[in-house]
Design a protein around this ligand. Structure first.
Ligand code: SAM
Length: 269
């Protein structure tokens, strides 16, 4: 790629998302539009000429405080979307994505859609020609997720289904990975086993260990092997002149992560 094209990639265009950062408490995900103005308690930010500037741009509020126009990470896109449900946390999703084969062109199933955080990340990964089939039983959450994913720019890669897959088969087969984030994952396992490609992965999240136990039983009964469960703990560190130590308050528990792979019946010659 020639240098001028690379430079252009880093230029803020109309509709792009910008992570505007003042400090830890003041960070916003903003869509670039003409004549954009934005304000915080640290002053008004003039973003009227932001289109055409590069990411990394440093501005100053009318009260003289610096603000930074940063490129949002995938985790920023997740954490800043409009939420009406709990969402999958980046630390948990990051790990499980590496334990599946999701990438450009993949066809994956996501149950339940909720606020669309997981569906949005999956859509970003399967783009440009893959598909996320996202299942949700409540229509209002599909509309919320649609708006969130449209804003992030990946709606072309998502197909929503408003139903309960515990009660009916998935419409898809030969799926590369199944992601389950519902309170009763074990009810989905038999249907997921039919939709998944042989050897491929089902992953799910549950806040309580009682849920995990039932899910693992269902996985054992429906032709899954290599079933593993874990919990990931993350501690943020304060790195300062006066002393380096963990932050006192943090999210101590998110979910238990379960992953498994589907086998086919033994083939005899
Ligand atoms: C925790 S939220 C999912 C959040 C989502 N993964 C995200 O990252 O934004 C769980 C969602 O599953 C939906 N749900 C629960 N059981 C379901 C089922 N059997 N079939 C379809 N959707 C279901 C709920 O309505 C809720 O929206």
């Amino acid at each position: 790629m020639v240098r001028s094209e690379r430079k252009d990639e880093n230029t803020i265009k109309a509709g792009d998302l910008i992570f505007v950062y003042l400090d830890r408490k003041r960070q916003f995900l903003i869509q670039a539009i003409q004549d954009l103005e934005f304000s915080s308690d640290l002053g008004n930010m003039d973003l009227s000429n932001i289109i055409g500037r590069p990411y990394g741009y440093v501005g100053e509020t009318h009260l003289g405080n610096k603000f930074y126009c940063l490129k949002p990470s995938t985790a920023d896109l997740m954490m800043k979307l409009k939420r009406r449900t709990t969402i999958v946390y980046p630390k948990d999703l990051g790990c499980l994505l590496l334990e599946t084969v999701v990438g450009p062109g993949a066809r994956v199933i996501d149950i339940g859609t909720g606020s669309g955080a997981l569906a949005m990340v999956l859509a970003k990964l399967v783009a440009p020609d893959g598909k996320v089939f996202s299942y949700e039983r409540r229509a209002e959450f599909i509309e919320l997720a649609r708006a969130n994913i449209e804003r992030a720019g990946y709606i072309e890669n998502v197909e929503f289904h408003c139903c309960d897959p515990a009660e009916q088969e998935f419409s898809q087969v030969d799926i590369d990975a199944v992601f389950v984030d519902v309170p009763e994952p074990w009810t989905i396992v038999p249907k997921a086993a039919i939709a998944l490609k042989g050897g491929h992965h089902l992953v799910c999240w549950s806040p309580n260990i009682e849920q995990v136990k039932k899910t693992v039983e269902a996985l054992n009964q429906n032709g899954f092997v290599r079933i593993r469960t874990s919990e990931l703990l993350e501690r943020e560190m304060l790195v300062r002149q006066q002393g380096v130590r963990p932050r006192e308050r943090s999210i101590t528990h998110t979910a238990y992560l379960v992953r498994a792979q589907k086998i086919l019946e033994a083939i005899r010659d």
